[in-house]
Design a protein around this ligand. Structure first.
Ligand code: G6P
Length: 580
């Protein structure tokens, strides 16, 4: 069985105490996983390790001395999180430590080889073999040992290695993100820039098949054969303030409230893409995929170009009928999602042109697509995506208008602002409904993807079961679920399909279902079929998703908060899914 992890890693070498820097960095990387955490620091030629199941803050009970160290926060897909499976891993003589993000696919074979040489692993993970192999391969130079070992590793990895006596760390990347932070008299490795932005804004994004050696005044990048390579230092263009809660109870709430300014920023983006494709294919996962579905409705409506919306994890393993005439658009907040990345690679192999709508600048997908447009949402910390979704919608609308050479109005910014004023009344509504066990979400046409997104938000942060259906599909099965205990969120603004959705709501009412309707302000008639109503501002038909998304986010947020759930770090989830 594969032990797959996404995880966050960090390394520090400098003059300051590494302990606090590593722990603070890991706290920022917790969005990548929070099943266990650990750090290792070397001091007076001795490695000390502090690791524990659960959150990073558990590491604060102890303090390790030393100015060089590595750290890890883990997200496990197989096997229970435990102390023994927590990174960093060390070898029998405690000379080396390793942290790893990714999957070593041939670890069983490597483990048997180690076993034959009398070395046994103490954990169930795939990662531990790396440290034993490095100990075996070491002949006085850490980088060379890592070069030798990675030739035997199959799978994906970002890893960081430390030797007890040396003053350098070695990092390697193949398929999982890793960057180098360049400081003054100190340098860092990290899975992403949020972990190190307190100390530096200068970074080198490592490419696949690169190894790097960092000391306090040294940064050298090599290929996997150990040949030195040139590197480019980039400036991070966002600040820490953007990655803090700024007085909000949760990042998610803060990010929901940032949406007017995010939309404003995203509206500034322009497209300069040739329009000589006959079909568009979206590849994405999770919330980004629901944005893609909205994009499909909008582009087909406005630009009359056929669009296929593919879930990346499905796309990559089915018959791939694409050609040079297709434009494949990858939508991703992180730019690191493994399935979306694989879909992009496949599309490129098949000769299709690829475009990325990506939030994180210089992320792997951003670097691999033929052209990239950044969605400009700023750092999104809450695991459940909100402002990134709104920015993706803006991009997709702008793209649809670009295809018809029309401009897009920016009224939506004010309408989103107006909708945010509903937060308190939505909280009151949430107080009535937060104990429910099941919800149904319905919508037609462009509101169907919104129903999917609304149900996903509720599921992921409140752990309430929620199902989304196209309103017209209810009678083909799900209406059997309708009863007083299963409320329906009906998305029914006054647009072209209003009457049709209205009839579907009537069908629910006729079966004693409770209905919370999201309706256009001033719509009195909707009262006849609703138990509760959330009125949204009137907008042009096609722009309703912008205001409805905000309502659905706030509803899920308040329900989850009333249920005392860990809104920003829901159980079992991670923000950046770097394994398939
Ligand atoms: C995870 C996150 C979701 C996100 C999805 C796709 O599941 O929890 O919020 O929508 O990954 O991530 P991406 O970074 O590619 O948009």
């Amino acid at each position: 069985m594969l032990k797959a992890k996404m995880c966050g890693i960090i390394g520090y070498v400098g003059e300051k105490e590494a302990n606090d820097i590593l722990i603070a960095g890991l706290e920022r990387l917790e969005y990548r996983g929070y099943d266990s955490a650990g750090i290792a620091v070397t001091h007076n030629n001795t490695i000390s390790i502090n690791k524990s199941e659960g959150r990073v803050h558990n590491l604060k009970k102890e303090k390790l001395d030393g100015t060089i160290g590595i750290g890890h926060t883990r997200w496990a897909t197989h096997g229970p999180p435990s102390n023994k499976n927590a990174h960093p891993f060390t070898c029998n003589e405690k000379k080396f430590v390793v942290v790893h993000n990714g999957i070593i696919e041939n670890y069983l074979e490597l483990k048997s080889g180690l076993h034959r040489s009398g070395i046994s692993c103490t954990s169930d993970t795939d990662s531990e073999v790396i440290v034993h192999l490095i100990a075996q391969a070491y002949g006085g130079n850490l980088k060379e040992a890592v070069c030798k070992v990675i030739k035997h590793l199959q799978g994906s990895y970002a890893l960081c290695v430390m030797h007890k006596d040396t003053h350098e760390l070695v990092g390697a990347r193949n398929g999982s993100p890793l960057l180098i932070g360049i400081g003054k008299g100190e340098n860092f490795f990290a899975s992403d820039a949020s972990a190190i932005i307190d100390y530096t804004k200068d970074v080198i994004y490592m490419n696949d098949f690169q190894i790097a050696e960092i000391g306090k005044n040294l940064v050298t990048v090599f290929d996997f054969d150990g040949v030195e390579q040139s590197h480019e230092i980039k400036k991070i263009d966002w600040n820490l303030e953007q990655a803090q809660k700024s007085g909000y109870k949760h990042f998610m709430l803060k990010e929901i409230f940032e949406q007017p300014s995010v939309a404003q920023e995203s509206l500034k983006v322009t497209f300069a893409i040739r329009k000589d494709f006959s079909r568009i294919i979206f590849v994405a996962c999770g919330t980004a995929s629901y944005a893609g579905l909205v994009g499909k409705y909008i582009i087909e409506k406005i630009a009359k170009i056929p669009v296929v919306n593919e879930i990346a994890s499905e796309f990559r393993y089915k018959e791939c009928l694409i050609s040079e005439k297709d434009l494949v658009i990858a939508i991703s907040q992180s730019g690191e999602t493994a399935d979306t990345l694989a879909a992009v690679r496949l599309a490129r192999q098949k000769g299709a042109r690829t475009l990325g709508l990506i939030n994180v600048v210089d992320s792997t997908i951003a670097r691999e697509v033929d052209s990239v447009v950044y969605t400009r949402a700023g750092p999104e910390i809450g695991v459940a995506s909100t402002k990134a979704f709104i920015s993706q919608l803006v991009m997709l609308y702008k793209f649809a208008f670009h295809l018809t050479e029309n401009g897009m109005s920016n009224d939506i910014v004010d309408k989103i602002k107006e909708t945010l004023k509903l937060s308190e009344s939505i909280r009151k509504l949430a107080e009535q409904y937060y104990t429910c066990q099941n919800f149904l979400y319905i919508g037609r046409n462009i509101h169907f993807p919104l129903a999917l997104e609304g149900a996903l938000k509720l599921k992921e942060i409140s752990y309430i079961h929620a199902e989304a259906y196209p309103a017209g599909e209810l009678k083909h099965g799900p209406i059997a679920l309708v009863c007083t205990e299963m409320p329906t969120i009906a998305i029914c603004p006054q647009d072209s399909v209003y009457e049709k959705t209205y009839s579907n709501i009537e069908e629910i009412k006729a079966r004693n279902g409770k209905v919370i309707t999201i309706a256009t302000e001033g719509d009195e008639r909707i009262r006849n079929v609703s138990n509760d109503i959330i009125y949204v501002p009137k907008v042009d038909d096609i722009f309703y998703p912008f205001v409805i998304a905000v309502v659905l986010q706030l509803f899920a947020y308040h329900i989850a908060d009333l249920r005392d759930c860990d809104v920003d770090k829901p159980r079992n989830l991670a923000k950046s899914v770097t394994v398939e």
